[in-house]
Design a protein around this ligand. Structure first.
Ligand code: AMP
Ligand code: ZN
Length: 205
């Protein structure tokens, strides 16, 4: 009995430690906001950083200075800020590569704390893109366009969604984001998308 009690205590100590480590990791974006190697722009409303593990040739994160933990915390009064973040994202993609196609959006279930808008080129040409979860998080409905978030907020005054639906999207079969062909593996998908390189270098979305 005594050993069982000790085991339970150790387990709960480990749970607390794991939770603390996870919270520390989830807060990494706030540290990176002030990292001169990652920061690309900052003003009184936002900070823009390079994604530390980019999933495409160009991948930036735009964060508000205001404390907004996630999509659920958004209020109608934040609409102007969200529009400003997207506008800055579009400027940034033009100055990075005006020919390349980009998307501007949010992960429905983010892994990191503090609201962040992904500005990501559609080549997905990066060694950091390694698995199905990475691919599906940027190429399925798991990735919600900034425009749609703004529209929802304008219409309903809040952004809420069913997390179960989004979690299952991460497990979907791999599909090319351009021609929608199903491809079995990430290496095969990476080879396949090279043939679309001209299509992800066309007009703005
Ligand atoms: P999300 O799933 O929307 O929370 O995406 C978080 C993004 O942050 C991912 O694209 C990661 O590659 C990126 N990331 C993770 N840790 C850091 C960090 N410490 N600094 C900058 N970017 C990070
Ligand atoms: Zn294709």
């Amino acid at each position: 009995m005594a050993t069982g009690g000790l085991k339970r205590k150790n387990d709960s100590d480990n749970d607390v430690k794991a939770k603390k480590a996870n919270n520390f990791w989830k807060g990494g974006l706030l540290t990176s906001m002030n990292d001169p190697d990652l920061q690309v722009f900052s003003d009184e409303r936002i900070t823009v950083i390079k994604d530390k593990y980019p999933k495409a040739k160009y991948h930036f994160l735009i964060m508000p200075k205001k404390n907004i933990p996630n999509l659920k915390s958004l209020k109608k009064e934040d609409i102007d800020l969200l529009k400003y973040m997207e506008e800055k994202g579009r400027e940034l993609s033009k100055s990075s590569d005006a020919e390349r196609q980009f998307r501007y959006g949010y992960h429905s279930i983010p892994s990191m704390s503090h609201l962040h808008l992904h500005v990501i080129s559609q080549d997905f040409d990066s060694p950091c893109l390694k698995n199905k979860k990475h691919w599906n998080s940027f190429t399925t409905e798991y990735f919600i366009d900034s425009k749609d978030i703004i529209k929802t907020l304008e219409k309903t005054g809040k952004v809420e969604h069913e997390s179960f639906h989004f979690t299952s999207l991460l497990k979907s079969d791999l599909r090319c984001h351009v021609c929608k062909k199903e491809i079995k593996t990430i290496p095969a998908l990476k080879t396949h998308i090279q043939q679309h390189s001209y299509q992800v270098k066309t007009t703005d979305t």
